[in-house]
Design a protein around this ligand. Sequence first.
Ligand SMILES: [Zn+2]
Length: 212
Amino acid sequence: MSLTWSLKAFSLGVVAFSLSLELLCWLFGRLKHRGTLNKVLIFPSEVACVEYLFRPNSVGLCFCGLPHGVETSFSHLLRYILSASSSLDLCLFSFSNIDLKRAVILLHEKGVTIRVVVDKDYSAITGSQIGCLRKAGIRVRCEADYVHMHHKFAVVDSRLLITGSLNWTLTAVQCNRENVIITEEAELVQPFIKEFERLWVLNDPARVYNNL
Ligand SMILES: [Zn+2]
């Protein structure tokens, strides 16, 4: 075989090897993301009974006036929050929704570690459920350094991120045009975990008091 043909064969081999490598990387990427949860919820949500999410044994036994057996954006949201088994970190601007408060307290009673960072001003407005969380023994820290602590995100079990435009209020859930993204993509979840830890430490009452 001439030198030219040998070089051509070698080049073709290199190209084939590169293509195989690229194909393997693509397949690996696909496999890695297969099964990773990614979901978008659009609000306002239909209004329907969510009692069955709090008391699974009550299916068919609730006689309230709301539609039953209907899955809505809100029921999906509640389901993901209630899926917490070890921890729930909340970073919220406004929290006045009774069902969401009920879900958080239920998790707390089940032994899930709950931490909440909220906006200082909005934690005290009429209808805010932050006082109820505190009363139940849930740790809440207020962010007072900025104009507003305007985040609206939750991290479930340090692996599932729930974030978007939705404040945890009845108006946002039932009346406003809002969006929520729910994802297990580590590249997206990790920065939110980092931000939560940063705000949690930053607003530690002991630290704030010592800096006065
Ligand atoms: Zn009902």
